[in-house]
Design a protein around this ligand. Sequence first.
Ligand SMILES: *[C@@H]1O[C@H](CO)[C@@H](O)[C@H](O)[C@H]1NC(C)=O
Ligand SMILES: *[C@@H]1O[C@H](CO)[C@@H](O)[C@H](O)[C@H]1NC(C)=O
Length: 300
Amino acid sequence: MASQPHPSPFLISRLLLLLALAATSHAGSIAVYWGQYTDEGTLADTCSTGLYSYVNIAFLNDFGNNQTPSLNLAGHCNPAAGTCTSLTSDIQSCQSKGVKVLLSLGGATGSYSLSSAADAQNVASYLWDKFLGGSSSSRPLGTAVLDGIDFDIEQGSADNYDVLAKALSQFSSQGKKVYLSAAPQCPYPDKHLNTALQTGLFDYVWIQFYNNKGCDYSSGNINNLSISWSQWTSGVTATNIFLGVPASTAAAGSGYIPPNVLTSQVLPVVKTSSKYGGIMVWNRYFDEMSNYSATVKSSV
Ligand SMILES: *[C@@H]1O[C@H](CO)[C@@H](O)[C@H](O)[C@H]1NC(C)=O
Ligand SMILES: *[C@@H]1O[C@H](CO)[C@@H](O)[C@H](O)[C@H]1NC(C)=O
């Protein structure tokens, strides 16, 4: 029997390099919501912090059911008066820094639902013409072409969001890819977004681990969060799955994870999934106040 040769120092150093690469491949990104608080600074300033890879403009909170869709961006601009077109240069500034900018549909307040497959197709065409690569004489955010659409569906019927996702993703064939993201609540499966998510068309899924007592972090206990994270990462096909967290205790009713707990206890658990993409922070206003993203960024 031939004796096993000892591995050479060269092989050992290659092996260590590979292990180091495998460890760093789990480095994640930070996504944030911007648009609901006037005092959170501009979109361009948000991107200039260098903290974020994705910014969701929140929200297009009226759409579907044959309504004329409308934006609500707090006091940042007046959609009805057409002053939100000033955001075009901010969006382009973000994109020039490599930050993807998406428009978030839905939110906690507003009037939205998709009454039929045809209604979903109409909303898809509207989003394409008004915010994406299509064209229209009146674009609410001006000429900038957004990177994609975020589904933050929290009310109404779950019907036809799968049709909307398919229709939006088909526009990718006309040029620039249309990224799709979703912000489901942490109880799995999500009652508003499950059918859409099962299309497997979503690039990023940032799960809201807050305001959901059965699965968010509570009183030093990460068991419920950990069980839910496993259900999501095994149940949903998406390029990257993100842990959505409040930026401070004021940002949500429950689920706040102190930065040291996030980095020492929670991230080591969620990073065991190859689908881990990073964290989503709700929202820029509270993040600016708390410095949460800056504090945890090197561990994300
Ligand atoms: C975990 O979730 C269950 C409901 O599924 C709840 O009763 C329990 O209080 C939660 N645990 C913690 C520590 O929040
Ligand atoms: C925010 O956190 C970063 C990283 O820990 C730190 O360098 C910076 O000074 C903090 N900023 C404020 C305003 O506390």
